[in-house]
Design a protein around this ligand. Sequence first.
Ligand SMILES: Cc1cc2nc3c(=O)[nH]c(=O)nc-3n(C[C@H](O)[C@H](O)[C@H](O)COP(=O)(O)OP(=O)(O)OC[C@H]3O[C@@H](n4cnc5c(N)ncnc54)[C@H](O)[C@@H]3O)c2cc1C
Length: 589
Amino acid sequence: MPLFAESRPRNFRTAQQVQRDLAAVRAVLSVFSADAIQPGDCAGFGRGSLDRDVCFLRFGGVQAAVRSGKHDEVAWPAMAAQLETPMNAALISAPQDPSEQAHRAHRQAEVVAALSTVLPAHALLWQKEDTIPYECDGLTAYRAMPLVVALPESEGQVAATLKACHDLNVPVVARGAGTGLSGGAMPHPMGVTMSLAKFNRILKMDPVSRTAVVQCGVRNLAISEAAAPYGLYYAPDPSSQIACTIGGNVAENSGGVHCLKYGLTLHNVLRVRGFTVEGEPIEFGAEALDAPGLDLLSVVVGSEGMLAVMLEVTVKLVPKPRLARCIMASFDDIRKAGDAVAQVIAAGIIPAGLEMMDKPMTAAVEDYVHAGYDLNAEAILLCESDGTPEEVEEEIGRMVQVLRAGGATAITVSENEAQRLKFWSGRKNAFPASGRISPDYMCMDSTIPRKRLADILLAIQDMEKKYGLRCANVFHAGDGNLHPLILFDANDPDQLHRCELFGADILETSVAMGGTVTGEHGVGVEKLSSMCVQFSPAEREQMLAMKRAFDPTELLNPGKVIPSLVRCAEYGKMHVRKGLLPFPELPRF
Ligand SMILES: Cc1cc2nc3c(=O)[nH]c(=O)nc-3n(C[C@H](O)[C@H](O)[C@H](O)COP(=O)(O)OP(=O)(O)OC[C@H]3O[C@@H](n4cnc5c(N)ncnc54)[C@H](O)[C@@H]3O)c2cc1C
């Protein structure tokens, strides 16, 4: 039978590495005689295997693995032992590029030696079994092994680590909890990943000024927990709030259910303090509501670790509302549900949360958390009101009126706190619920004008047919911030490829509808190509100029967020929309 193997240059995968992958595949195939491969047998790669320098192949009953990369002698036998069959004997070391390996080993030794002078031994990791937990963030389809992981414990150590890396011209990738969904904290293969997990102290809680000063590694939810005794909380509430750090939130300008009413991270942060790429102290914003000079706070918030390493954040706290109630409204038509969202806002109401789930998503979460969702609805809306009991009663009444007029087929209003939390339990567990119905999912994140919600959801339904993959939708409808979850199996390279195309189509259709390629998850590596569609070369050059103003040597999180000219030219060559070439002035390669 014909057998196809493919390795594509993706992210940091060089042409040399692609050749190595293919050589490895050829080597393992040579172990099997042609007779052993029967028609109908399948060959496949393990999850993300090519990116992890190992591929697993299965022919009928037998299984083999081949290493195509740099597995050290400790990790490799453990991996080999995982094989189900006695075919371990077929393990082969494929031809490796000695010069590439030697260069990496030399560089690693150099960086470890330099950092050993500024960090204690336990704060420095470089053996593969120690650094593998850092190889990706929440976007697990893309991985890279860091050269070294640094875990500084004091500001002095952060400054010294940055300075040492700068002197050696080594890239640095800051990392919080690694829950990012766009690959922002994915390591640079020749760089230092700086984990800031140890900066986890709440330094000051001031109920009078309603502010808190916290270190960057403090978890989002921990701030609200610490503020609770004062009747206060930190409003931006990403669904990952139990794990994600405030440093990561600031770097991504994270949002959440409450952000429609209370604002994004940017609107809830007063001051950020940290270090430049050279290890010099830097500060943005002020404890006061306004700071003299240019507003660089709004530049650094959302800068995805490209401008500075942030160590301390002053956040605003808001009073906990006396009452919150939630409406669950069913719609028999996606268009009616989408339009109802726009109508609520147009009526002058800013709900404390306005979220939407489509039928596939509702089915997945209902099966998981039994929140009482209407399984016959094409879409359901969750609309929350908070404030004093009088305010809530008045706002709930007005929202019910608008939703009824918009064609809601059923409306339930929470009668008590337990019921309200039950309504939200489905929304908050949507991602894990998706993990139960598909081996993998990729969560996209774009924003469109609210009035186009129905249009994009219907367009996504067409894309499901086009790419042959299912998609479930759960999102911050009030903000027009979509989160389509494309369901796929990462063990199948073709499905991963179709998933990538599907995702890019969603992002670029959002732009065509007047929206943006990002919502709250950042650009990272995931949306690099789609940035070429949204921004002109001149705009991208301005972004680069801003980066260089802070980081002239481009060592902080390089290769992320701002696509290169070459990448966009290549991408432009592949994407011809409506017969028109984007950026026609660019040379094509
Ligand atoms: C189940 C799930 C649900 C999610 N829900 C939401 C949601 O509702 N809303 C939302 O906005 N996001 C959501 N996210 C995405 C993610 O949690 C956020 O982007 C979060 O802010 C990332 O924080 P982190 O500490 O994990 O950062 P990381 O993933 O470690 O890093 C993210 C980026 O920040 C940079 N960075 C981290 N710390 C620093 C620092 N101290 N200084 C400089 N740069 C730094 C990194 O270099 C990287 O570019 C979700 C993720 C998951 C897995």
